[in-house]
Design a protein around this ligand. Structure first.
Ligand SMILES: [Cu+2]
Length: 121
């Protein structure tokens, strides 16, 4: 009887430990948003992030070299084909911030735009 109770308590504690660890780990990780650049658009073309919270933009070029420039957020990245380019952004102001491709990639280059919505916490 006592052995069974001890066994149940041990299993309960193990379950708690298993459930809590990933949750704590997830909170410590910066939020990552994957963005693909391809002639002549970004996917997604618009993201929403939160003021004061750092996010990592993981940028991938699917065809040729592109870039991402968002002047008001201090982003100016070249995105070479074949590797993931990571940029960390911590927005200090709420609002809408326009970006565009920063590397000439063909006739539709000028229409390759991006938008960041920054919301208050
Ligand atoms: Cu371009």
């Amino acid at each position: 009887m006592i052995k069974n109770i001890i066994r149940y308590v041990a299993v309960f504690i193990l379950c708690l430990a298993a459930y809590e660890r990933p949750a704590i780990h997830a909170q410590e990780q910066p939020h990552v948003i994957e963005i693909h650049a391809k002639r002549f658009s970004f996917t997604p073309a618009e993201i929403t992030i939160t003021k004061g919270e750092p996010v990592t933009l993981a940028l991938t070029a699917d065809d040729v070299t592109h870039g991402l420039v968002i002047p008001e957020l201090g982003v100016n990245a070249t995105i070479p084909k074949g590797k993931v380019t990571k940029v960390v952004v911590t927005p200090q102001q709420a609002g809408t911030f326009k970006g565009q491709c920063g590397h000439f990639c063909g006739v539709g280059h000028a229409s390759m735009v991006f938008s960041v919505q920054v919301k208050d916490k």
